[in-house]
Design a protein around this ligand. Structure first.
Ligand code: SAM
Length: 222
């Protein structure tokens, strides 16, 4: 575990507090209102979403690879969602059988995974056919001027918040074979301009691979 990542875990909730108050928490609530059945949350961090899952959720499994985050997550699960299961795992290597979940949740995670195509492939693998990915991610801007700023500032973003601010994540979700249903473009509250562009919405694992439908287990650069 790097000292930087341990420090990030220590300050994460404090660092996000203003954004949560200024609207991020409402965006999370809106996204998770749609979660039901057997749910997996990847990169759960300190557990910011834990108390936003509704009664339609039959089981909740939360994964997180960083030990310092897992310690906080464990504590928050005990306090706020004692029936949830916590596992230490990266999104690129999920310790579940194929077709295990109805919903996978990713909030502010796909910006920081080491191998985004592989993580999306794993999400597709563990989702049942027709299962949904609920995502809320800060992304590369569609405005070329802002995208250039994001490219210039990416090193700083990586250093301070351990992720990339210039990833075209919606394109990656599509390339991985998901059918994007609803998607809204917004802004991450209280974030600097290069981290502001945000997408939130749902994407579905196709029920059956038809002509022209990429198979999620082989799409996205396998
Ligand atoms: C910005 S935080 C978001 C935490 C939480 N999802 C939230 O919405 O507050 C990014 C999280 O992704 C985790 N992460 C980093 N690399 C990852 C990977 N390869 N797979 C899954 N999660 C990862 C980090 O440890 C961190 O907890």
């Amino acid at each position: 575990m790097s000292i930087r990542k341990a420090f990030f875990a220590l300050v994460y909730d404090g660092q996000m507090a203003r954004a949560e108050e200024a609207g991020l928490r409402d965006l999370r609530r809106h996204l998770l209102a749609d979660a039901s059945g057997e749910v997996l949350e990847i990169g759960a961090g300190t557990g910011a979403n834990l108390d936003l899952y509704g009664p339609g959720v039959v089981s909740l499994t939360v994964t997180e690879p960083e030990p310092a985050m897992v310690r906080r997550l464990d504590r928050h699960v005990r306090e706020r969602a004692p029936r949830a299961t916590v596992l230490r795992a990266p999104a690129e290597d999920l310790p579940f059988e194929d077709d295990s979940f109805d919903v996978v949740v990713s909030t502010l995670v796909l910006c920081g995974v080491g191998d985004q195509p592989r993580a999306l492939r794993e999400i597709g693998r563990v989702l049942r056919p027709g299962g949904r990915l609920l995502f809320l991610e800060h992304v590369r801007s569609t405005d070329p001027k802002v995208a250039r700023l994001q490219d210039r500032c990416n090193w700083l973003n990586r250093l301070v918040v351990c992720c990339e601010c210039n990833r075209p994540t919606l394109d990656s979700i599509r390339s991985a074979g998901f059918e994007v249903g609803s998607v809204e473009h917004g802004t991450l509250p209280k974030a600097p301009p290069f981290v502001r562009p945000l997408i939130h919405g749902t994407a579905r694992r196709p029920r059956a691979a038809g002509a022209g439908t990429p198979d999620l287990r082989t799409a996205a650069g396998s």
